[in-house]
Ligand binder design. Structure first.
Ligand code: HEC
Length: 127
């Protein structure tokens, strides 16, 4: 009996410890940003791995570029007149979309707003 109680407590403690130690899960776009090496050359607020200084701070870049420009650039980095960028990032159109979205809305510490809940109807308790 005692063993069961103890291991139960231990299990709860383990879960608590794990919960405290597990970092925020990365979104697929965040994952892609790391995997494609963007973080190696760029900074992007909200992505702590993004410490690169070879390329410009992407937070500043998005402030001065339209979605179309960003998309065009990532789809054809070699064509965009940016000779110093990688010849090709080898991104699918879907990945380009994910990265443009990520740059425009970098992850925050806190989740912005949870999915809006449908407004509860007033309960028909009145007369
Ligand atoms: C090897 C380093 C390197 C890697 C890897 C890299 N970049 Fe860049 N990036 C640069 C440099 C350098 C520039 C500046 C190019 C220029 O203006 O001539 C740049 C420019 C850019 C620009 C355009 C800035 C502007 O002024 O319009 C964007 C957007 C961008 N990078 C996004 C990315 C993304 C997203 C990834 C990952 C898929 C990535 N970069 C990977 C080095 C890199």
């Amino acid at each position: 009996m005692r063993i069961v109680v103890t291991s139960g407590l231990g299990f709860v403690t383990l879960l608590l410890l794990l919960g405290a130690a597990t970092p925020e899960p990365r979104t697929p776009a965040h994952e892609l940003f790391i995997r494609k090496g963007c973080a190696h050359c760029h900074q992007l607020k909200g992505i702590k791995e993004a410490k690169g200084t070879q390329g410009p701070d992407l937070g500043k870049v998005v402030a001065s570029r339209s979605v179309d420009e960003l998309t065009e650039f990532l789809a054809h980095p070699d064509m965009a007149g940016a000779g110093r960028h990688l010849p090709s990032l080898d991104l699918t159109p879907r990945q380009v979309g994910m990265l443009v979205e990520l740059m425009r809305n970098p992850p925050r510490k806190r989740k912005p707003t949870p999915t809006p809940q449908p407004t509860p109807r007033p309960s028909p308790t009145g007369p």
